[in-house]
Design a protein around this ligand. Structure first.
Ligand SMILES: C[S@@+](CC[C@H](N)C(=O)[O-])C[C@H]1O[C@@H](n2cnc3c(N)ncnc32)[C@H](O)[C@@H]1O
Length: 252
């Protein structure tokens, strides 16, 4: 047994693993995550219709041909706003069906690793499977380096100093709410920027924080872009985009 295997641990049949695969660069996987990606009987992942799947893409180099994979394809993602009743009905039904698909190999005693971008318990779709399955099957969650952690590292932007309060805000919030929250914090991470980029920029400017705000697209991945939010071109950002507002607290 290699030192890697000894540290990374074993895989138990009939167990669901929520595997955090980190912010994008495959080298940021934990040892436990890398071993599970290699060893589970079934590698499961969520994907947008017609695309590879973000988490699956991150671990592509670690998956040899011939592995058993379970692709869980969303019926809808950002085509309809999440507040829309039709979105909620379709996605809730999809999560129910996905939990059933994951249950089948688990009942046969197989190990299933469900890949999750970043950390599985941080705005992760994995949580919807965890909620449905954890009463019936053993579940192990493997934490991952969050996207925001990867982004502030790559932007060379320490995010909190001294007593700074950090707010993590979804860019899907309304403009007024975003502005209010930004005015009340020392440091901020704005997630889910994509189609909300113009609104996010207006809110950051209204809160008087534009001069400090950084825009990070595809942090740690191929095609990474980092720039002041003020210089970011108009239009939508991609799915993997966020805004960072570093704190200015105590520096000794
Ligand atoms: C549904 S959340 C998933 C968060 C993930 N579980 C995590 O721990 O980072 C997706 C959002 O995370 C942000 N994100 C995650 N990884 C990123 C990256 N490498 N670069 C830029 N944004 C990222 C984007 O704002 C994206 O819309």
């Amino acid at each position: 047994m290699t030192a890697f295997d000894a540290i990374a641990g074993t895989v138990r049949g009939g167990t669901l693993y929520g595997i955090g695969v980190g912010p994008g660069d495959v080298r940021y996987l934990t040892l436990r995550a890398a071993a599970l990606v290699r060893d589970v009987d079934v590698v499961a992942f969520f994907a947008k219709r017609g695309l590879q799947g973000n988490a699956r893409g991150i671990v592509d180099l670690l998956i040899k041909p011939g592995r058993t994979e379970l692709r869980l394809e969303y019926p809808v993602t950002d085509e309809i706003p999440p507040e829309d009743l039709s979105y909620q009905e379709q996605v809730a039904r999809f999560y129910g069906e996905s939990a059933e698909l994951l249950s089948a190999p688990l009942r046969q005693g197989k190990s299933v690793g469900l890949l999750a971008e970043g950390d599985p318990f941080f705005y992760g779709s994995f949580m919807h499977m965890w909620r449905r399955l954890e009463a019936d099957f053993p579940v192990e969650v493997v934490p991952g380096v969050t996207g925001m952690s990867g982004c502030w590292t790559r932007a060379n932007a320490p995010i909190t100093w001294g007593n700074d309060i950090l707010s993590v805000l979804p860019g899907t919030l309304g403009e007024d709410q975003l502005t209010r929250r930004l005015m009340a914090t020392d440091a901020a991470v704005i997630m889910k920027v994509g189609k909300n980029l113009a609104k996010v920029r207006r809110a950051v400017e209204a809160a008087g924080l534009l001069a400090r705000a950084l825009y990070v697209e595809r942090g740690t991945m191929q095609g990474e872009q980092i720039m002041p939010l003020a210089e970011c071109p108009d239009g939508n950002g991609p799915y993997f985009s966020m805004v960072l507002i570093p704190g200015e607290g105590r520096r000794l």
